[in-house]
Design a binder for this molecule. Structure first.
Ligand code: GLU
Length: 406
């Protein structure tokens, strides 16, 4: 299996095979502008000190300050963060927002840490990273296993160290700590707005059957939103495995069960299913909402979904893209499908800078306007170039990046 960064560079090269792109632009996107690695000392509850590896990759500032989340995961390393930072660069350009691309992370399993240890780790990351952060330099946000609470700690630490009066250095904060209305559900909501455009193009009617891999912020919100709009959620999973019911699951009950039991195992009136088998279920919409490299050359031939909506970053490999394209299964790419999060993050940043407070209706209306229009643009581009939606999206992003680099 190729590494996420190899896949990301490969996606870039594949896009330029269908449309000529300025050489200098491509050259500048082969490597990040800056990478920072730090070792964070954390006093554990036991009294001993442990060191954790932390990262920030600042990929491109061509279109604005670096923007992208911070991931806490045991498999997180500099290669993964680099790939995610390149995807953020493309995503922000696809969204038309005035942001560059970046990403951060810490190699850690936060489920093994107490709340106090997570707070000290989060503040520790900021203590070492603050010189390269700031509202006009680099604006981090949540990602896998990082929460609004963690953003509040990080923002507080940043303000303490630098004396900055505003809250615009971190987004995805709780509302009471300067967060924006609508940010919590923004990624799932955005995914739904994008889906609505393609459902029309590809003739999917209401009442679609939906399979969702992943129950973090994105997967759980998407399940709830799709269900509320008339879809039947036939399978859901967390990192350990999933559950399946042809009659449909109630996402709120599933969330509640997971909170109470810490697992989906034993959920009433549903069959257990592995994450690998869940991807192969017959359904209208398959939503990978967990990690990279899930749909690959190994399983793409056996996928039975009508359409794939990538709410995770990098869930489909280039080999799988080719197989799915030949089989006529459209893949709505991550850089569009999950862009709702970073778009509302940018609204949060703007509100913080101008001391404004927008209503949830305002936020969601603006989000829908952007995503519906970009989704239509990407669809037209892919039809015009007779290629898949990912390449269509990358071409649009590369043209915008070229414009800014000029
Ligand atoms: N982590 C999210 C992403 O992958 C959101 C980033 C942000 O809000 O800056 O797009």
């Amino acid at each position: 299996m190729k590494s996420p960064f190899e896949n990301a560079l490969n996606q870039l090269a594949r896009a330029t095979a269908v449309k000529k792109i300025n050489k200098e632009v491509l050259l500048r996107l082969q490597k990040p502008e800056r990478e920072v690695s730090v070792s964070i000392p954390v006093r554990m509850d036991s009294g001993e000190v442990k060191l954790f590896e932390g990262y920030r990759v600042q990929y491109s500032s061509a279109r604005g300050p670096y923007k992208g989340g911070i991931r806490f995961h045991l498999d997180t390393n500099i290669d993964e963060v680099r790939a995610l930072a390149l995807w953020m660069t493309v995503k922000c350009a696809v969204s038309g927002i005035p942001m560059g691309g970046g990403k951060g992370g810490i190699t850690v399993n936060p489920k093994e840490l107490s709340l106090g240890e997570i707070e000290r780790l989060s503040r520790g990351w900021v203590k070492l990273m603050y010189p390269v952060l700031g509202p006009s330099l680099d604006v981090p946000a949540p990602d896998v296993n990082t929460t609004p609470q963690i953003m509040a700690w990080m923002n507080d630490e940043y303000k303490k160290i630098t004396g900055l009066p505003n809250d615009a250095t971190f987004t995805g904060k709780p509302i009471e700590a300067g967060g924006s209305k609508g940010r919590g559900e923004a990624t799932g909501m955005g995914g739904f707005y994008v889906y609505e455009v393609f459902a029309k193009e590809f003739g999917l009617s209401g009442g679609a059957t939906v399979v969702i891999q992943g129950m973090g912020n994105v997967g759980s919100n998407a399940a709830r939103i799709f269900k509320n709009h008339g879809s039947r959620i036939i399978a859901m999973s967390d990192s350990k495995g999933g559950i399946y019911s042809e009659e449909g699951l109630n996402p709120q009950d599933v969330d509640q069960y997971k909170k109470e039991h810490g697992t989906l195992t034993g959920f009433p009136n549903a069959k257990e299913i592995s994450n690998a088998d869940l991807l192969l279920l017959r359904c209208d919409v398959l939503i990978p909402a967990a990690l990279e490299n899930q749909i690959t050359g190994e399983n793409a031939r056996d996928i039975k979904a009508k359409i794939i909506l990538e709410l995770a970053n990098g869930p489909t490999t280039p080999e799988a893209d080719d197989i799915l394209f030949t089989r006529g299964i459209p893949v709505i790419p991550d850089v569009l499908a999950n862009a709702g999060g970073v778009i509302v993050s940018t609204f949060e940043w703007e509100q913080n800078l101008k001391s404004e407070h927008w209503s949830e209706v305002q936020v969601l209306e603006k989000l829908k306007l952007i995503l519906s229009s970009e989704a239509k643009g990407i669809y037209s581009k892919s039809v015009e170039l007779k290629t898949d939606l990912r390449r269509g999206a990358f071409i649009i992003a590369l043209e915008r990046l070229e414009e800014s680099m000029k």
